[in-house]
Ligand binder design. Structure first.
Ligand SMILES: [Cu+2]
Length: 499
């Protein structure tokens, strides 16, 4: 029994701190549910099964009802949506809806959003990577209560056995013969042994279950990096084991071969020099088989670089691999090609309340439009940027960069948060496309779904960019915003203080 109490205490104490999770687990998406433009925030639960909180803001006031349902992103489970639940409309703000959903499984899920209003019905699918971020500790008071109940129940069990042996077949009112006392003690001893055995087995089961759950807690997988003699970066990702938490579906080994293209690339590799974070590269390595990737590096100054490597698994589940590499001396490198970009930048404007400006090559500027409000952790917002030309007018020379108006990387100063975001939000384009493709064609899926994205195919792009996001915790963040102007990729740096 003491041992069982020890297990209870061990379980109660094993509430791990929220692990260093790269990126931010919450999902922010701006997309169209048919004719309605929605800004969706999904607060993913820290444990699975757990409750996801969903907040939806409609841009227009003609949405009368919103229904939400969780389901798998890909595979057979993506074909059979469960009955959706109604999201509650805010009394103060009729364009704001809120709901919660149980997520029962780990892995690549989606929240299906059905909007209804004066223009009819529309569907939007928001991909959700469902992962366990921590083990929740047992509340102290609950643990104590359960322990007391366990003692009472155990003692009661033994005394029932003893009483049954002592008085079971006596006539009412007759005293128990003294000769039975030995049998009573023996029965109580056996009863005590059985109770202790049951508790021990229960304790072992509890501990095994907790261990198994702990093995599901997601930590960003590591990627090995080395530089070959000819200045090529070689990356190697070891297979990781991922489970759905559903006993009917076995765990999968992910070997980082089974990927899908995201913005036409297998991997988006970010190299950021620490601690200054003033050297930034966004590169696209080639696959070299069995979880290996190669990349020709540009001319890079010496230093310690943090690596964030984004890939999307065929299930639509996005993974950011982490690693580091040291450059003892500057690398001559090769000129950047294709979509590869980056800069060895100098000036970094800190946030100045209303707005911050970053000078771009060629005399233009990128301006971060702020509403003057302080940034708060956990609050969804639109990051708005404006690009001007050399004479201060709205830039007319923006082009799509890998199909998007802009790409941004958001990094916390200690490297504990990394998010690669776009005007569509915080989910990779590849996952978003898969999600829309899973919708029935009559309600926003298929071809309509492909048009659902804010993906740019036009030659010209408006110089105002808005990116939905929410900073996961307080701290100092750097935001790297990339646009393409007249064939040249430009990177702006901004600093943000989040309270
Ligand atoms: Cu991007």
């Amino acid at each position: 029994m003491k041992r069982f109490f020890a297990y209870l205490v061990a379980i109660a104490a094993s509430g791990l701190p929220a692990c260093a999770h790269v990126g931010s687990p919450d999902v922010f998406v701006e997309g169209n549910a048919g004719p309605y433009k929605l800004f969706v925030t999904v607060r993913v639960p820290q444990v699975i099964p757990g409750i996801a909180e969903i907040e939806i803001r409609s841009e227009s006031n003609d949405v009368s009802a919103i229904r939400i349902a969780p389901m798998q992103l890909t595979g057979p489970g993506s074909q059979y949506p469960p009955a959706p639940e109604a999201a509650e409309r805010s009394k103060d703000d009729p364009q704001f809806f809120r709901g919660s959903l149980w997520l029962m499984e780990f892995g690549s899920l989606q929240v299906r959003i059905e909007a209804e209003g004066t223009k009819g019905k529309g569907l939007l699918a928001v991909p959700i990577p469902a992962i366990a971020q921590r083990t929740l500790p047992m509340q102290r008071s609950l643990g104590l209560l359960l322990f007391v109940l366990m003692i009472v129940l155990s003692l009661a069990m033994i005394s029932i056995v003893a009483a049954a042996v002592r008085e079971g077949n006596l006539a009412p009112g007759a005293p128990a013969p003294a000769a039975r006392e030995r049998r009573v003690r023996l029965a109580a001893g056996i009863g005590g042994f059985v109770v202790a055995a049951v508790l021990t087995v229960g304790g072992l089961w509890w501990r095994a279950d907790a261990r198994q759950y702990a093995s599901h807690i997601y930590t960003p997988p590591e990627i090995e990096a080395l530089i070959s003699a000819n200045g090529q970066l070689i990356l190697r990702a070891k297979p990781i084991r991922m489970t759905s938490g559903n006993p009917r579906r076995p765990a999968d080994w992910i070997d980082f071969q089974d990927l899908i293209l995201d913005h036409e690339h297998w991997m988006h590799l970010f190299l950021i020099r620490r601690p200054g974070m003033n050297v930034f590269w966004h590169l696209h390595p080639e696959r070299a088989g069995s979880g290996s990737f190669t990349q020709n590096l540009p001319a890079m100054p010496a230093g310690h670089y943090q690596i964030f490597a984004d890939v999307v698994l065929s299930s639509g589940f996005p993974v950011t691999l982490v690693g580091q590499i040291d450059l003892p001396s500057a690398l001559a490198g090769t000129p950047l090609t294709g979509d590869d970009s980056g800069t060895d930048a100098n000036p970094i404007p800190s946030e100045t309340g209303a707005r911050a400006e970053y000078p771009l090559p060629g005399g233009g500027r990128m301006i971060w439009e702020r509403d003057g409000q302080p940034l708060e952790a956990g609050v969804p917002l639109m990051l708005r940027f404006r690009v001007t030309d050399g004479s201060g007018n709205a830039a007319q020379d923006l082009e799509p960069y890998m199909g998007m108006a802009a790409h941004a990387a958001i990094v916390r100063s200690d490297g504990s948060v990394f998010a690669h975001v776009h005007p569509t939000g915080s989910v990779p384009m590849a996952s978003f496309e898969l999600a829309q493709a899973s919708l029935p064609a009559s309600l926003g899926g298929g071809v309509l779904g492909a048009m659902n994205m804010k993906q740019m195919t036009a030659d010209k792009i408006a110089p105002e960019i808005s990116i939905p996001y929410g900073f996961p915790k307080a701290g100092l963040y750097r935001i790297f915003v990339q646009v393409k102007r007249s064939g040249q990729i430009q990177t702006a740096f901004f600093d943000a203080i989040v309270k």
